[in-house]
Write a protein that binds this ligand. Sequence first.
Ligand code: GLN
Length: 315
Amino acid sequence: MTPTRRASLADLPLSGGGKKWTITSARQVLTETLRQAGIDSPEADARLLIAHALSLDRAALTTNSERLLRAEEIAAIDALAARRRKREPVSRILGQREFWSLPLRVSKDVLVPRPDTETLVEAALDFIGVARDRPLRILDIGTGSGALMLALLSELKNATGVATDISAAAIEVARGNAKHLGLSARCGFVVCDIAAGVSGPFDLIVSNPPYIEHGAIAALDPEVRDYDPALALDGGPDGLDAYRAIADEAPRLLAPGGRLIVELGAGQEPAVRALFTKAGMTVADARPDLAGIPRALSASLAPQLRHDQDAMRPA
Ligand code: GLN
């Protein structure tokens, strides 16, 4: 391929030139275009975008690989390619992302759920243990798409919960996902800051709060910086604002023996541990994600604190 050809391919990889394209040749060219644009997973992205443009699933894409594309199909693929080249994440272009094997709808108003966050689901299920049929009460603070709450409700058949978000638009997305997954009857949704106006007790409180230091946002990948909502990322000057607010609220909301599990940004374990300890909670070691980064921090009401309270009660 000559450099000149490469440049024009990058603009509109398929349209123009009156060339005939099969699904296979379109996939190859789109993969190359995305690779040149610095996209990490050009092959998978090209496959997903073409499948979406043609409304075909993965298998149909393969069985129809030599089918010739019509002009409007070529235009549709090019339109999606242009969005991806501007670093819009594939899940946003598709409007859907899988979390804990659940298909979730995502909009511009919610963070795209990440695999890292599944570490919190694992930590929560470990905490619940074998007694998964208990009528547990769950709170998800800053639910976004509803990912954490819906994953937990899908596993814990007798659990009920409350999911909060400061964004009314996010709550609409979460509510829609709950409905779509048949989980609405077990979950209430509240538009509020952290857990204002919510009363416990909860056996389990989970949260993936905004935790990026304000000053670090500009250096994030464009997929995150330009497309995830700032409200879901920005943790204030030191990234810890939401953890402070959660530390203030969790002790009043946790049931005795209950557990708070929060997602951490890389390197935040010591600071969040200190905040939660200061708020009177006992903090366990953080559970690492698949990359080995401490990701899910668990805390409970300190037994010491409960004893003190008991001791203060009149006999
Ligand atoms: N995990 C996201 C990122 O690092 C941030 C999500 C958050 O602030 N909770 O890009």
